[in-house]
Design a protein around this ligand. Structure first.
Ligand code: ZN
Length: 115
């Protein structure tokens, strides 16, 4: 699954693959990071080399937090199971997304340190 976001290899900030990047790709083949100004090859972005998004441990975290929250709400409160599940997985998806973001940043920093 292709990610809709990618990380700048230099400052590890996360960006969206929006229309601007796609248009730039056709004209200049590279974009500069709006944050640190480093040059990013558009082919790398489109190939997915710099993808960010949900990491495998992010998915696991989402599943665990979602199930725990759902079970907790069912036990402690008299919510309908679908209400608890809905809120639980929205919440856990949000948490997992943030988790994944920081994990990608860590990965990017580690890759950078190896050079
Ligand atoms: Zn940057």
């Amino acid at each position: 699954m292709a990610s809709a976001t990618f990380l700048c290899p230099n400052c590890t900030r996360e960006f969206r693959k929006d229309a601007a990047f796609v248009v730039y790709r056709k004209i200049v083949q590279v974009v500069s990071c709006p944050d640190c100004g480093c040059v990013i090859n558009c082919a790398d972005i489109m190939r997915g080399d710099l993808d960010s998004g949900m990491t495998p441990s992010g998915w696991q975290l989402m599943l665990v937090v979602g199930l725990v929250f759902t079970a907790g709400m069912l036990l402690l409160d008299d919510w309908q199971w679908w209400q608890a599940g809905l809120v639980g997985f929205l919440l856990s998806g949000f948490i997992a997304r943030i988790w994944s973001h920081y994990e990608w940043r860590r990965e990017a920093r580690r890759a950078e340190a190896e050079f």
